[in-house]
Structure formats: C-alpha cells, structure tokens
Design a protein around this ligand. Structure first.
Ligand code: G16
Length: 547
C-alpha cells in the first residue's frame, strides 16, 4: 500500500480548511469548542488516530465526538488508546501541534510525525468512531472518517453511542473479545447479566426500593437507558426524563453538571414522593450523580464523593469477607468535599490521594493500588482492579460466594473509564445489598456547604496552579489574597483553576455554613476578576443581593 501525503493536504484544502487563527488547546479531555470551528480539528484527529493505530501496531484507536457536559452549540473530540484509556500524554502534544499548523504546512508536518515516531505507513490501522446526539455530530464524524481515509486506514462507524460504550468497543476489539464483542448488544448483555446475577432475583431489600427517576440530560444516555430498560427483566424500574425528544436541548437545565453545580433538580422532574432516588447523567453519559428532595422540599445531592465512599466501603467489606490481602486506595481531586475526605481518612481508613482534574490523572493514580477507586466530585469515576487482584479474586471465587460477587462486580463496571450507566447499576447493587434508601446512604457524613462559580476572563491561561490545583502560582499575589480571605471562614477552603473544557476560570469554595460559602465564593471570584483580567459584569455581593 502506498500513501501519498498530498491527499491529506488536498482533503484539508478542499473540504476541511482551518478556519480559526486562535491557538487550539488540548483540554481536560481532548479538544472542545464551538462546533463551527471544529471541522479541521476533526479531520486532523482522523489523521492522528490512524497514525496512532499504526504506531501501536494496528491496535484499534477510538474517536468519540462529543462535548459531553457542554451546551448544545459546542462539540469536541475524545481520543481512546488501545487499552481504553485516554490518549497517552506524550501524544497530546503531537495532537495539539497537528491541529494548529496551517493547511499549507500540513503535508510536511504529517511527514515529520511519521518520521519522528518511526511509523510504518504501509501497515494496517483501525479507527473506531462514535458520536453523541448533537445535530452537528454527524458532520464532524464524517470529517474524522475522511481523515482516516486520507491515510488509507480502516474506519468503523458506530453512530450514536455513549463515550463509555466507545471505550468498551475499543477494549473489546483489542483484547480479541476476551472483554466482550465490540457491539452495542454485547455491551448491554455484559452489564445487564452481571447486574441481574448480583440481584439474584431479590429486587427489593430492607429500605431499598427498585424504582428510580433517571435524568438523561437530553443526551445519548437517555436513548441508551431506554435500550437497557427494554432488555432488563424488570430488575430495576427506571423512569427516564429529559429524553432528548422535542425541544429539550442537551444539558440545558438538566444533566449531571447542572444538578451538581446548581444544586437543584433538573427541569421536567415529575411529582414524586419525598426521598425518591433520582439520578442524573451528563450529555455523553460518562458521569453520574444522585439526588433527592426531603419532606420539606429541600434538595440533597449524592455526588461522586458519595459514590466513591459507598463503593470503597462495600469493596472493603467484600474483600475482608473473602479474606483477601488486597490494597485498596481512593483517588479524588481538589473538588472533593472536605467532609468526604475526613470520612475516608478517619472512618473508612483507606489511603486517599489528590490529583489534578481530569479522568486521565485519576485513572493513572488508581492503577497504583490492587483495587483503585476513583471519582471526581462531579460524578466521573470507576474502579480499577490490578491483574493480580483479578487472579486472586477468581481463585477465591471457586469456593467463596462473596468472591463470586466480586467477580460479577468486575464485569458490571466499565474499568476503562467512568460510565454513568454502569456506575448507576453498581450503586443500585450496593444499596440493594445493604437494604438502604437515600436517607441511609446520606447518613454516613454531612457535606460541607460548597459552591462553584465560573468567571470569564480575557485569557484563562494566565491562571497557573500547582499541588493538584490547590495552589495558584500565577498571577502573582492571587494565592496570598485567597489565603487571607479563606482565613476568615470556619472550615473555609477555596481554589481557582482554568477550566480545560470551557473558556472560564472555575472557583470552588466550601465553608461551615451556606451563607459563608456564598460570601467566600463571591470574594474569591472578585479576586479573580480583579487580578486575572475579568471580563463581563462584576459579581454581585450576596450580602447586598437583597438590597
Ligand atoms: C471532562 C473531564 C473530567 C473533568 C470535566 C471538567 O468531563 O473528563 O475529568 O472533571 O471535564 O473539566 P474542567 O473543569 O477542566 O472543565 P466531561 O464529562 O465534560 O467530558
């Protein structure tokens, strides 16, 4: 097979010209931005995925077109490496350079990547592509496919799927089906059969009821949940809201990010009994949070921290019962509620680490344990089991029922990435096992009141952080000012960081009371506006809001 790199340039010039002069950054989870500027990025990511597949000796590489939790006009791309992890960090730089060169430089630049990485361009390559249900996703999917075709690679299109499904397909293909088949049906089958075996016909137990409300964020997670419902034998009664039919826009007033950040129920919530278990996923179904309202109508959130503690507690109990010597560890980010970290350290007594935002960071840290549980507070997370842990559990399962359950848990979770639906089925399994309702689950600890703000600035990159994003090192003096403000609040904590998915600076604050946290977030937000080039209206002081 001969490859003519001129074809890459020809495609780019004729069909996918670069129409943005701004530097495009590789963010927290790939490239993301307004869809109208992404055609050239997508085409080039098709080229990159093909090169990466050849570099990895023909292993399947995945490309998911989605802007996940972002609003409808945005889109983006997530790249999936052969074992289902995010693109290796050294290739993030290659990807960034590739999307930023001019069309005229493209041919020569691709040639250089091939040379630098010693890639055999005549070898086979396989790229899997999937997309969320945004109206511009099919156009962008075609651009990725054309990037693959320009280099004579093999492309397989999966249509509308969740991000975790794409990770599943990639791993299934690369493990020659030991993990499952790279098909939707195989994905449903694997999750549902392990879930139902774990239930073992016991759909209700103690305070646990088997019904819940599921907010699909008007995204692909809604459609796929409807498919799950069709295939489940009434083991779980799920009512799906925000299904993406009619006028509802993806993530608008609904979904995991809305529920977590705004701390309120999604739009279109039916009238339900107090303490009804409700769940929200995001636009591409890779994060999940739970919530409920109490008998006074008060909203309560059970976020990624809660899921992590529930899961870690359950795994410790099971591992102990099986008498296995496995090191379990938990990974969080700076967004983890201080009360959850205290609970993990003082009650669960599990080692806990803090890493920068982004699944890739959490995933890598979690691999250091025999059993690594990682969750971001926003609901993004999973469990990873080391190969030796899996062998020990499999051995024990020959004689021990609890170890058999652990084996089923390994099948139930999507180890490669946070998977909202698989995580939800895991939570349902644990709550059922414990006979818990949401009140029981909430009782472990009380979250410190917390708040997040988005601040628009001229250039979010002026903010630089260190120590897992807990300390701001630039602009100079900002951290000292934050420290002075935080010192005035009981149990106060606050940090600022540039978002890697939206053009904003994020401010996180927590404190002992709701009033305090509002004031603390406001004061830190104002510091960012003053010292980091804020644009747009000045924040309103909450203590003056009533005036
Ligand atoms: C992505 C990442 C997450 C991260 C989130 C927010 O989620 O996969 O790890 O927490 O972005 O990142 P940032 O605060 O940098 O904007 P998703 O669900 O949007 O793909």
């Amino acid at each position: 097979m001969s490859i003519n790199l001129r074809t890459v340039y020809a495609f780019a010039r004729e069909m996918y010209p670069k129409n943005s002069k701004e530097t495009i950054q590789y963010g927290t989870a790939g490239f993301r931005g307004k869809a109208e500027f992404l055609d050239s990025v997508m085409f080039r990511m098709g080229v990159l995925a093909t090169l990466r597949s050849r570099y990895r000796e023909g292993a399947v590489i995945g490309v998911m077109i989605t802007a996940s939790h972002n609003p409808e006009p945005d889109n983006g791309v997530k790249l999936i490496d052969p074992k289902g992890e995010m693109l290796e960090s050294s290739w993030e730089k290659i990807a960034t350079d590739l999307v930023n060169v001019s069309d005229q430089e493209l041919e020569q630049h691709v040639g250089q990547i091939i040379k630098d990485n010693n890639i055999d361009v005549t070898s086979s390559s396989y790229v899997y592509v999937g997309m969320d249900n945004r109206y511009h996703s099919p156009r962008l999917l075609k651009a990725v496919a054309d990037g693959v075709i320009a280099l004579k690679g093999n492309v397989r299109e999966f249509g509308i799927v969740t991000t975790p499904m794409m990770h599943f397909f990639v791993v299934a293909a690369n493990t020659k089906e030991a993990y499952g088949k790279p098909t939707e049906e195989s994905y449903y089958e694997k999750l549902i059969s392990s879930f139902e075996k774990l239930r073992n016909g016991r759909v209700e137990n103690g305070n646990y009821r088997n019904s819940l409300i599921y907010d699909g964020a008007n995204g692909v997670g809604a459609r796929k949940m409807l498919q799950f419902i069709k295939r489940m034998n009434n083991s779980l009664a799920v009512t799906v809201i925000n299904q993406g039919i009619g006028t509802g826009k993806i993530n608008e007033d609904c979904g995991a990010d809305h529920v977590k950040v705004k701390q309120r129920v999604p739009v279109n919530m039916p009238d339900v009994e107090p303490f009804t278990r409700c769940v929200s996923v995001d636009g591409d179904a890779d994060r999940v949070v739970y919530f409920y309202t109490d008998d006074e109508g008060q909203f309560h959130l059970l976020d990624g921290d809660r899921i992590a503690t529930l899961v870690a507690d359950y795994l410790m109990e099971q591992i102990k019962r099986c008498d296995l010597n496995l090191r379990i560890g938990l990974v969080q980010t700076a967004y983890a509620n201080g009360a959850s970290t205290d609970y993990i350290v003082n009650e669960l007594k599990v080692p806990v680490s803090c890493v920068p935002t982004g699944v890739k960071h959490l995933h890598h840290k979690a691999l250091e344990y025999d059993v690594g549980v990682y969750f971001e507070a926003n609901g993004h997370g999973t469990i990873v089991f080391s190969d030796s842990a899996k062998s020990l559990i499999a051995e024990a399962a020959k004689t021990n029922e609890d170890a058999k359950s652990l084996l089923l848990i390994i099948d139930l979770i999507n180890e490669t990435v946070g998977d909202a639906i698989s995580d939800m089925l895991l939570v349902e399994t644990i709550l059922n096992h414990k006979g818990w309702d949401v009140k029981d689950w909430s009782a472990a600890y009380n979250d410190l009141p917390n708040l997040q703000l988005k601040i628009s600035v001229q250039d979010r990159n002026v903010i630089k952080t260190t120590d897992a994003e807990r300390v701001c090192v630039e602009p100079q003096g900002l951290q000292e000012e934050i420290n002075k403000v935080v010192a005035n609040y009981k149990r106060g904590r606050s940090f600022v960081r540039p978002s890697g998915t939206e053009d904003v600076v994020r401010v996180y604050a927590e404190a002992a009371t709701k009033e305090d946290v509002q004031q603390l977030a406001y004061e830190v937000g104002r510091l960012v506006q003053r010292l980091a080039g804020g644009v747009g209206p000045e924040l309103v002081n909450p203590s003056n809001a009533h005036l």
